[in-house]
Design a protein around this ligand. Structure first.
Ligand code: NAD
Length: 216
């Protein structure tokens, strides 16, 4: 059953936290198909994660299955979305509106996961005053002033690697509390700032490595 204290108050292990969005994507599909209940065994079969692991992961959030029928799909969707913070609106700004930054501005998928990108900032004068996907792009020099109204707590970092540290610092000076870092640079930040490094290339290395192991 869904409870009302399902927000992130519990500290669950990171591997479990990483699996929760998979469960969510899967149960959302079931919901769209009109399925009412799902068991951990069924989830396990379809997404290839051990059933006992699923039951354990879901025990961290405030939902329990019913004997024989399993979890109620609709409440599982809403409890997972709520727990993962996808129903909150996190306001974000993007620094570096180049090929990656502009692609992220185009991505409507972020909003579905609770990330509302409200502005882009770049050093290129010609980008200032333009809009991508309806989102305004400003010159970086305007950040502090704009931030008074934007009040974004998340900064998405897509500047060239050699600009990463200084840009992270100006984001923090402007009130950003969490940085989603797409650059390959390991930025240094004060302890209270959350940093999430994301690289599609890091996943490539894992894939290549597994592929090579297959050949042996
Ligand atoms: N994590 C990933 O999976 C992934 C994938 C592709 C690229 N990247 C990284 O993302 C970054 C951007 O890549 P790209 O291909 O979009 O580059 P790009 O050159 O197309 O875009 C970079 C943009 O940043 C702007 N910029 C430069 N200095 C700035 C500053 N101080 N403040 C604000 N904007 C500034 C530039 O004017 C440009 O528009 C690079 O660090 C790259 O290594 C990461």
């Amino acid at each position: 059953m869904a409870g009302d204290n399902s927000k992130i108050t519990i500290k669950l292990p990171e591997p479990s936290l990483r699996r929760l969005p998979w469960y969510l994507a899967y149960v959302k599909l079931l919901k769209d198909r009109g399925v009412e209940y799902v068991s951990s065994t069924q989830i396990s079969k379809d997404i290839n994660v051990d059933a006992s692991q699923i039951a354990k992961d879901l025990s961290f959030i405030n939902i329990s299955g019913k004997t024989r029928v399993g979890y109620e799909v609709e409440s599982l969707v809403s409890v997972l979305e709520d727990f993962l913070g996808f129903t909150d609106v996190h306001k974000a700004v993007i620094f570096g509106v180049g090929s990656l930054g502009a692609a992220l501005l185009q991505d409507s998928g972020l909003a579905q996961y609770g990330m509302n990108v409200i502005a882009g900032f770049d050093i290129k004068e010609e980008l200032a005053g333009t809009f991508i996907n309806g989102i305004p792009v400003y010159h970086v020099s305007e950040f502090e002033e704009r931030q008074k109204e934007l009040n974004a707590h998340i900064g998405i970092l897509t500047v060239p690697v050699e600009r990463a540290q200084e840009t992270a610092e100006s984001m923090i000076a402007g009130g950003v509390k969490a940085i989603w870092n797409f650059t390959p640079f390991r930025i240094r930040v004060p302890k209270h700032i959350v940093v999430q490094n994301t690289s599609i290339y890091a996943h490539l290395a894992v894939m290549f490595n597994r592929l090579n192991n297959l050949k042996k």
